[in-house]
Design a binder for this molecule. Structure first.
Ligand SMILES: Cc1cc2nc3c(=O)[nH]c(=O)nc-3n(C[C@H](O)[C@H](O)[C@H](O)COP(=O)(O)O)c2cc1C
Length: 433
């Protein structure tokens, strides 16, 4: 089936799922109804669920429509099922599933990102009128409806034929900011158009300066106001979970994944028309702080570093004129340090001292995680795998529902801590568990 055919089929399935014709989707899901009742109005209560029709899962215990999901975790098995049952040209793709899920070595850091959130508890506050809560944040003068942003994830085409464009439409409609990876299958101009306002561009500069320059210029010409340099992939990595899943994949992977940089980026349209003959490496480029100075010299808008994990590096970044820090370990896909991002957030926020925004990602799966990170000083909080689960399972509608769930959870916990807006969140809202 062609890419267009795949999109048409998915849209048709989504239409069916939303239609009253579908026996198990006679009404919008009760949880969605609950969420819809919430913004700015009287706060929905859990008994509202009982007024909706019963929502059965599929025979395998997996959700069959995005509106059925009660939390973002329910998208994970749905995504796995979708990736393993794709039609041609991708076909059943255990290796693609492994790529998404993988951390490095034993996935200890990936899992630590998640579990470390349990190391913080939330301090609630009673008797505040919280019927109207404003979840918006301002970052570099941009107004985002929610502090939750979409992290750059490469090769989204493995999960949806429209790749970053489908994500951009979903995020843009909800006014969430997104960052596009250099090595997504969609290009920055198309993504910016689909998003409605320009996305931020995440840069893998390569080891060829003229290529770096062109990538930056293209993003800026497309309107992107911020360039994010990812600095955590220089050391190489052992994505063992991917390699394990590869054992189960009986497709001819080499048919697409030919050796050599030209082949590596042949489906990555941000490189279209760029002479990459001299590029030898996307990641192991030998970057040092001098490279940051050089890049600073050509980036006209904001420059952020993604992958900072210590206060020392954050201070050094400021000395080199960086406009923002993203506390990240690549979702546990860079180093197997065992160090969760939330565990170093306060150290980095203190080192930065309010001079530039500090963003964070890694292991964020609940609105309560978002609140904890904001309370510890983050300006905004990113999600990676959860939106890709939504994308793989249900395309744009899945991404939309992931964001809807996280926004609803976040709004609810804002109310419970008596915060009427994000600026009111402080370290007093959390305590060590
Ligand atoms: C499949 C996959 C591909 C990724 N590709 C990139 C990338 O191209 N550039 C980048 O800076 N980060 C990349 N990341 C890291 C994410 O931007 C983000 O830091 C991470 O996913 C957050 O953790 P979470 O998945 O637990 O939410 C990738 C993550 C995943 C899961």
């Amino acid at each position: 089936m062609t890419q267009r055919g795949l999109i048409a089929r998915r849209k048709f399935l989504q239409f069916l799922a939303a239609s009253p014709l579908a026996a198990n989707t006679a009404i919008a899901s009760s949880i969605a109804t609950l969420v819809a009742a919430a913004p700015g109005e009287a706060v929905a209560q859990s008994y509202d669920v009982l007024r909706g029709a019963r929502r059965a899962l599929g025979p395998d215990g997996i959700i069959t429509a995005p509106g059925d999901a009660l939390d973002v975790f329910e998208f994970e098995p749905a995504a796995k099922k979708a990736v393993l049952s794709q039609e041609a040209p991708l076909g059943s793709a255990p290796a693609h599933w492994g790529y998404l899920q993988s951390g490095v070595d034993g996935d200890v850091t990936r899992d630590a990102n998640r579990t470390a959130y349990a190391g913080y508890n939330i301090r609630v506050k009673r008797l505040v009128d919280v019927r109207k809560v404003d979840t918006s944040v301002s970052v570099f003068g941009e107004s985002w409806a929610s502090p939750i942003f979409i992290c750059p994830v490469s090769s989204l085409g493995a999960y949806d034929p429209e790749a970053g464009v489908a994500v951009a439409r979903a995020a843009g409609k909800r006014k969430h900011q997104m960052m596009l990876s250099t090595v997504d299958n969609a290009n920055i101009a198309d993504v910016n158009k689909a998003h409605g306002t320009p996305a931020w561009f995440m840069l893998y500069p390569t080891d060829e300066w003229s290529v770096t320059q062109t990538l930056v210029k293209r993003a800026e010409d497309a309107g992107s106001p911020a360039i994010i340099l990812t600095v955590d992939r220089q050391g190489g990595r052992n994505t063992e979970t991917l390699f394990r899943e590869r054992r189960l994949d009986d497709r001819d992977c080499a048919g697409c994944h030919q050796p050599g940089f030209v082949n590596e980026v042949s489906r990555k349209t941000n490189f279209a028309g760029i002479d990459v003959a001299k590029v030898t490496n996307l990641y192991g480029t030998g970057m040092t702080w001098e490279f940051i100075d050089r890049l600073r010299g050509i980036v006209k808008g904001k420059l952020l570093l993604k992958g900072i994990m210590t206060g020392e590096d954050a201070k050094e970044a400021l000395r080199h004129g960086v406009d923002g820090i993203i506390v990240s370990n690549h979702g546990g896909r860079a180093e197997e340090s065992g160090q969760a991002t939330i565990g170093v957030l306060a150290e980095i926020v203190d080192a930065v001292g309010g001079r530039v925004p500090v963003l964070i990602d890694g292991g964020v799966r609940r609105g309560t995680d978002v609140l904890k990170a904001l309370a510890l000083g983050a300006t905004a909080v990113g999600i990676g795998r959860p939106y890709v689960w939504g994308l793989a399972a249900f395309g744009e509608a899945g991404v939309d529902r992931v964001l809807e769930i996280l926004d609803a959870e976040f709004t609810t916990i804002m109310r419970q801590v008596g915060a009427l807006n994000v600026k009111q969140l402080t370290r007093d809202n959390v305590t060590r568990a």
